[in-house]
Ligand binder design. Structure first.
Ligand SMILES: [Cu+2]
Length: 318
């Protein structure tokens, strides 16, 4: 993700409209994050400007904290936030695009190629995607009981077929959730589509772990401060402590110091949140509005010494 010195959003907007075509080419070939669509107005985002506050209706900086919504909009803290964040991943189709999985049945514990396409009007596969957080498409796979979380990055063949080797460890029904920004006819469509994958066998669903603030993945101690709610956007601060008891040195991962995926128990509604561009006292700061009351599982991906780890917590939103 590019780091640059920008001008205020208001000034950039005029330039952006004039130079949209040129910026789009730079973005697609140089790997800068594209600004997400907002109210169907295509606008490419210049590299983020430190201290810039975005306004509703303006293009968003991918490096500013924000949440991706299912309707192709992006909610950003600092902007007027709707009550209860929009959710995605609940449907095969949204925003005029459809997820078309290949073989969706797997054998427990056996690696198998997962392939799928995203089609637009008339069933033609989409082949152009914006790079968002260093990747053209982010794929989340999780079992219906919210175990077995995986965050993957498939690759696309020229004909628009995505593929990745996937192992589903245990029997059950899994959800695949594709999070991407398609470029169709010069328009960007940011959306999140979801479909089922099944593993035959004796499915023994696990109860959601008790709500708590500390998880210990791979020898780290990972905690969060803050209380997600539905009425307002709340800050969440994640801290990562190494086995030596010291604050771990986080590496940027996919253009941010961490990625937070929040999934609702009961329907696996998906909210993906990115943090503020800089650490706050060594902690990763997110802003989150819960889409409703209920139980959630939060998955926090972070990177230390070149390796990605995932902490997870159960959160009950009142
Ligand atoms: Cu990803």
């Amino acid at each position: 993700m590019g780091i640059g010195i920008g001008t205020p959003v208001g000034e950039r907007a005029g330039f952006r409209l004039a130079a949209f075509g040129a910026v789009l080419i730079v973005v697609l070939f140089a790997g800068y994050g594209l600004g997400r669509l907002n109210n169907s107005t295509a606008a490419a985002s210049a590299p983020p400007a430190a201290g810039t506050s975005s306004m509703p209706g303006m293009a968003m900086d991918e490096n500013q904290p924000h949440a991706h919504n299912s309707d192709g909009t992006v909610s950003q803290s600092g902007a007027a936030m709707p009550m209860g964040a929009a959710v995605g991943g609940l449907s095969l189709s949204s925003g005029g695009l459809t997820l078309v999985p290949g073989k969706a049945t797997f054998e427990a514990g056996k690696p198998q190629r997962l392939s799928f396409r995203v089609t637009g009007a008339g069933g033609a596969p989409v082949t152009t995607y914006a790079i968002v957080h260093d990747k053209p498409l982010h794929l989340i796979v999780v079992r219906r009981d919210l175990t077995g979380f995986q965050h993957l990055h498939p690759t696309m063949a020229a004909d628009g077929t995505w593929g990745i080797d996937l192992t589903l460890a245990e029997p059950g029904i899994y959800r695949m959730i594709a999070d991407f920004t398609a470029v169709v006819g010069g328009r960007q469509i940011a959306t999140t589509l979801g479909g089922d994958l099944t593993v035959a066998g004796n499915y023994a669903p696990r109860a959601l772990p008790a709500a708590g603030r500390t998880d210990r993945p791979d020898g780290f101690t990972v905690s969060y401060e803050g209380t997600p709610g539905t009425q307002a956007t709340q800050p969440l601060l994640m801290s990562v402590t190494g086995a030596d008891g010291r604050t771990a040195k986080l590496d940027p991962y996919l253009g941010a110091f961490g990625h937070l995926v929040v999934m609702r128990a009961g329907d696996l509604a998906y909210v993906h949140v990115h943090p503020e561009a800089t650490l706050v006292d060594g902690k990763v700061k997110f802003w989150l509005t819960a889409p409703s009351s209920g139980d959630y599982r939060m998955f926090f991906d972070y990177q230390v010494a070149g390796e990605v780890h995932t902490a997870a917590w159960t959160v009950t939103v009142g």
